[in-house]
Ligand binder design. Structure first.
Ligand SMILES: *Cc1c(COP(=O)(O)O)cnc(C)c1O
Length: 355
C-alpha cells in the first residue's frame, strides 16, 4: 500500500508522474532509448526543456512579460549566492524568517552590504515579522515566501519600488499571487515541483547587467538565458520529471484549482490541531501559518509513542518535525491528496479517544 507521504522534501509527487517517469527511464518517447541515455542536445530533450520553461512561466502568468525561466543546478542554496552575485552592487535588504533566509544573508554578505530589515530569530522563527520598512536605496529586497522548517508563510509582501527577490522553494505553484510583483523567484524542485537536482529560476531580464563585477559563467543568469538553460549538461531527469509535474498541474486546472484543494487540506488539519486538546500548533500567530507545512506538537510528550505507532499503522509517513523545531510537521504539497489529510486527522482523533 502506498504511504500517506507528508515528507517536507524531497517529497510526494503525483502517482501518474511517477508512472510516466518510470516509463521514460525504459523507453522515452518511443525512441527505444532511456531518457537517461540520450543527448541533452537531442530534439526530444530540447523540446522537454523548452516546454518546461514555457509551462513554468504560463502557470505563473508571466509569459510575454519580460521574464525568463531557467532550470539550473546547485539547489536553492546556490541561488543564495547567485542572486547576490548578479544583483548586489552595493547594498541589499533581507527579511530573516528562518534558517534558509539566514543562509541567504550569509552568502550575500560575501558580495556586498546587507541590511536585515527584521527577524524573528529570537523566537526560533515562529512568526513572520511585520511593520518593517524596505529602504529605498537598496539593490533589491530578499524574502522567503514559505518557511518550510517552522511552518510560517508570508501572506503579504511589502509594497516597494525596489526589485523583490523571493525564495519560493516550498510554496511555488501552490497559490495564486501577482507574480509580476517579483523580479526574481527561485525554487528548488524537490519541495513542490519535482525531484531534487534542479532549481527553477524565474527572472525579469531587465534587472540583469547592472553590477560592475565579472560574473563566472556558471553563475551568470545572462549566460544561462542565452544558452537556454543548457550552458552545460542540465540535470536531464530532474527537468523531465519537473516538466511532467507542471503538465499534471495543468491537467488539474492550474494554480487556481490546486489552491482550493490546498486550502481545504490546510483548513482540515489546522482545525483539528486547534480542536484536539492533545495537540498545539507551533506558529505563534494564526495568520502566519503555512498552508504547505503545518507544524504542531503534542501537549503531553508521553503520548509520543502512542501517536507515532498509530500514525505508522495508518500508513502516515514523514511527519517528524525538523530537528531545530522538534514535534511534528505535516507537509501538504500540491501532490498530497485530501484523503491523506483525512487519515492523519483520524489518527489524531483515535489517539484522543484512547488517551
Ligand atoms: C529546502 C529549502 C532550501 C534549500 O534547498 P536546496 O535545494 O537543498 O539548496 C532553501 N529554501 C527553502 C525555503 C527550502 O525549503
Amino acid at each position: 500500500m502506498k504511504k500517506h507521504n507528508f515528507s517536507a522534501g524531497p517529497s510526494i509527487l503525483p502517482q501518474s508522474v511517477l508512472e510516466k517517469a518510470s516509463e521514460a527511464v525504459l523507453n522515452f518517447n518511443d525512441l527505444d532509448l532511456s531518457i537517461l541515455e540520450i543527448s541533452h542536445r537531442s530534439k526530444d530533450f530540447v523540446e522537454v526543456m523548452e516546454n518546461a520553461r514555457d509551462l513554468a512561466l504560463k502557470h505563473l502568468g508571466l509569459q510575454n512579460k519580460g521574464y525568463q525561466a531557467l532550470f539550473l543546478q546547485g539547489g536553492a542554496s546556490m541561488q543564495f549566492l547567485m542572486t547576490a552575485y548578479n544583483l548586489l552592487e552595493q547594498k541589499a535588504a533581507y527579511l530573516n524568517t528562518g534558517v534558509w533566509s539566514d543562509k541567504a544573508i550569509k552568502e550575500a554578505k560575501l558580495i556586498g552590504d546587507v541590511v536585515e530589515v527584521a527577524t524573528s530569530k529570537s523566537d526560533n522563527f515562529n512568526f513572520i515579522p511585520k511593520n518593517y520598512a524596505v529602504p529605498s536605496d537598496v539593490d533589491y529586497f530578499h524574502c522567503t515566501s514559505n518557511n518550510t522548517i517552522y511552518g510560517t508563510q508570508m501572506h503579504k509582501f511589502p509594497n516597494t519600488d525596489v526589485p523583490i527577490v523571493c525564495d519560493m522553494s516550498s510554496d511555488i505553484f501552490s497559490r495564486e499571487l501577482d507574480f509580476s510583483r517579483f523580479s526574481l523567484i527561485y525554487a528548488g524542485a524537490q519541495k513542490n515541483m519535482g525531484p531534487a537536482g534542479t532549481t527553477l529560476v524565474v527572472v525579469k531580464e531587465d534587472i540583469l547587467g547592472k553590477v560592475s563585477r565579472a560574473i563566472p559563467s556558471m553563475l551568470n543568469y545572462q549566460v544561462q538565458i542565452d544558452k537556454e538553460s543548457m550552458f552545460n549538461t542540465p540535470p536531464v531527469f530532474s527537468v523531465y520529471v519537473s516538466f511532467l509535474t507542471l503538465q499534471w498541474l495543468e491537467q488539474e486546472g492550474g494554480i487556481s484549482s490546486i489552491e482550493k484543494v490546498n486550502n481545504q487540506k490546510a483548513d482540515m488539519l489546522y482545525k483539528e490541531i486547534d480542536r484536539n486538546p492533545l495537540f498545539k500548533g507551533y506558529v505563534a500567530n494564526v495568520e502566519d501559518r503555512s498552508k504547505m507545512n503545518a507544524t504542531f506538537n503534542l501537549v503531553n510528550d508521553q503520548l509520543k509513542e502512542t501517536f507515532d505507532s498509530h500514525a505508522k499503522a495508518a500508513g502516515v509517513s514523514g511527519i517528524n518535525g525538523h530537528r531545530s523545531v522538534g514535534g511534528y510537521r505535516a507537509s501538504l504539497y500540491n501532490a498530497l491528496p485530501l484523503e491523506s489529510v483525512k487519515v492523519l486527522v483520524e489518527v489524531m482523533q483515535e489517539v484522543e479517544r484512547g488517551a
